[in-house]
Design a protein. Structure first.
Length: 75
């Protein structure tokens, strides 16, 4: 268990990751997406393949700020 926690502590969310990968690996990020009205965890078909950067652009959100917010949640 400790090894998994150490590995996760070193992980970062990047703009190339898909919504599905982020939400699956870091479920606590869902609250950030909900805050920005990005309902990816609610069964959006695009969440499987759409990257964080692409989704941010579609929703008119600054991708760098969103990624920073997501990474702050997983610390």
């Amino acid at each position: 268990m400790k090894k998994l926690e150490k590995t996760r502590d070193k992980e970062k969310i990047t703009e190339k990751m898909t919504f599905h990968n982020v939400i699956t690996r870091f479920p606590e990020t869902n609250m950030v997406f909900m805050k920005h009205e990005m309902f990816c965890a609610m069964g959006c078909p695009a969440a499987q393949q759409e990257t964080i950067k692409e989704g941010a652009q579609v929703h008119g959100i600054d991708a760098k700020k969103l990624i920073k917010e997501l990474n702050n949640v997983i610390k």
